[in-house]
Design a protein around this ligand. Structure first.
Ligand code: ATP
Ligand code: MG
Length: 534
């Protein structure tokens, strides 16, 4: 590399990765205000904050969110988390090198020796908990061990049959060695519900007073096409209510359903209270019930929907045509203009709910009315994640273009059980914080307070000492203070104060110090006032 190229490389300008962005002041003040409001409002409803890891085992998300969903099938950031296995890799390399050249008895023995070394090292580290193997890797390891044993018991004879068998087993071993992957597949979280459920199980929260009410906030990651309101790292504010089913709950099914409806309505009431408190205008709440997974409910409806879709298949776009087989409900989500008239003729799920789901949905609406929460029903609101059942809801806000959903949520009874926990009911929502902030800014509610309270204009050594004391006192009293590090003429200092949007300038010159006076200038009016310094 020439010196010139090296210099150029050195000065390379880095940029944030596409779909990620820096949140800068003063906008971050608005983010803090929104988050602070969430802490306060959620606390008044008895929720506690849970802070979750940013990455988890990939399998947690593929199980919870669903392998067929867009999120899991194409949007997750996943990687292999490798432990420090250099010693194992060295032994593995020796076996790999020996394998293809085994001919003599001695070479065979040395191949088997290093292979057994490799296997026992892996097993030791597994036993010591220094190595984690995915379930696939564990079965790859046991396949390797079986082939190894087969090779070991092979007679020494050099007849053609035994030789062929030996060669075959050696090749099998080399392939198995290549396949064996250490470490585990992990993903940056694309959403929070799966992690909350995992934590609920891991910390035995079913032993806490039920229901358990939790909220979380932080970044989520999805590899989507970046556009306004859609990023690859975005932020969610998430709340979940989990309740392990009592063994005797089935005895009083009607009562349980009514209780669930109250919980659903209260979750939505909290959400709308939060939106109200942050000053979001024009938010619209859409609700629906997507029933539960049974023949006399959603499964029956999906079958009817599917056959209705088959009849109009030719008139649908490619995406919807594909979804007829993979996930017919998602066709209802379509925003394609040409499909809208056709979708309007499809059967509605409300006409196919079982009696329980019907009763639950009616109770949710009643409970919302009781709480003065306005809603609109939207029979096409199905949500894209696998785990939802019964109540689904979404909130849209104006000013966001086509990315106008600021929150999505729903009930997910059964998810905790699917992840290995006890039978548990759940409901929750996720607010898209980026979009909420955009909506607040669009409606003029996003003005962050800029600037400082006080700019200290000082000149002279003694004045500087007084300025430091003044800054300390003012900051202790909670004012934001700018104390310039170098002396400047008062005219320049006042200009600087203006630029920073300061409300007051505190003027300290040697005159002021010797007279023990402070001159305070109100920058918006130019009014000036002297007072005795303490
Ligand atoms: P959309 O239909 O807009 O893609 P979604 O159904 O995928 O949303 P959820 O998984 O329900 O979204 O997430 C809840 C909320 O998180 C959304 O309503 C939205 O406000 C926000 N959100 C989702 N994906 C993104 C993203 N890539 N960038 C910014 N916000 C997002
Ligand atoms: Mg999406």
């Amino acid at each position: 590399m020439s010196d010139a190229t090296a210099k150029k490389e050195e000065r390379r300008k880095f940029q944030a990765i596409r779909g990620t962005r820096d949140l800068l002041p003063p906008e971050t003040e608005l983010w803090n205000r929104v988050e602070q409001t969430a802490h306060e409002v959620f606390a008044t409803f008895g929720y506690g904050e849970i802070r979750l890891p940013t990455f988890e085992q990939t399998e947690l998300f593929s199980r919870a969110v669903g392998g067929e969903t867009d999120i899991v099938s194409k949007e997750m950031y996943s990687f292999f988390d490798n432990p420090d296995i250099s010693e194992l890799e060295e032994t593995r390399d020796v076996v790999r090198e020996l394998g293809p050249t085994v001919n003599t008895q001695a070479e065979q023995e040395s191949f088997l020796f290093y292979l057994s070394q490799f296997i026992s090292k892996v097993e030791q580290r597994l036993a010591a908990g220094e190595l984690i193997l995915s379930s696939t890797a564990l079965s790859d390891l046991s396949a390797l061990k079986n082939t190894f044993q087969e090779l070991q018991v092979l007679p020494d004879s050099a007849d053609a049959h035994t030789n062929d068998k030996r060669k075959l087993l050696t090749v099998e071993i080399l392939v198995a060695l290549d396949l064996l992957k250490f470490g585990e597949r992990v993903s940056l979280r694309p959403e929070a519900t799966a992690s909350v459920c995992r934590a609920y199980i891991e910390h035995n929260m079913q032993q806490l007073p039920q229901p358990v009410k939790l909220y979380a906030m932080g970044p989520m990651f999805r590899r989507e096409r970046p556009q306004k309101g859609r990023y690859r790292q975005f932020y969610q504010i998430d709340a979940e209510v989990l309740e392990t089913v009592r063994p005797d709950a089935a005895k009083d099914a009607a009562k349980e359903l009514a209780k669930d409806a109250v919980i659903d309505a209260e979750v939505i009431e909290m959400l709308m209270t939060f939106f109200d408190k942050v000053g979001l205008q024009g938010a619209t709440l859409f609700i629906n019930s997507i029933g539960h997974n049974a023949d006399n409910c959603r499964r029956g409806y999906v079958a009817k929907l599917k056959s209705a879709l088959e009849k109009v298949k030719d008139k649908l776009g490619a995406d919807s045509q594909r979804r007829i087989d993979t996930n017919p409900l998602r066709v209802l989500d379509s925003k394609l203009e040409s499909e809208q008239a056709i979708i309007a003729t499809l059967p509605h799920i409300a006409d196919h709910l079982c009696d329980d789901c019907k009763a639950h949905y009616a109770a949710v609406k009643r409970q919302l009315e009781l709480r003065g929460v306005l809603y609109q029903e939207n029979w096409r609101l199905v949500r894209g994640l696998d785990y939802y059942m019964r109540t689904t809801f979404e909130i849209t806000a104006p000013g966001l273009g086509s990315q106008n959903a600021v929150c999505g949520g729903g009930r997910y009874d059964g998810l905790v059980e699917l992840l290995g926990g006890p039978p548990t009911k759940g409901i929750g929502f996720a607010i898209g914080e980026d979009r909420l902030i955009l909506a607040l800014q669009e409606s003029g509610k996003g003005q962050a307070q800029q600037g400082r309270d006080v700019y200290i204009a000082w000149m002279g050594e003694r004045a500087y000492a007084a300025a430091i004391r003044a800054a300390k006192d003012l900051r202790n009293a909670g004012f934001s203070v700018e104390l310039p590090p170098v002396e400047q003429k008062f005219g320049k200092a006042l200009g600087q104060a203006d630029k920073l949007g300061a409300r007051y300038a505190l003027i300290l010159g040697d005159n002021e110090v010797s007279e023990a006076l402070w001159t305070l200038k109100i920058l918006s009016t130019g009014e000036q006032q002297k007072s005795v310094s303490s």
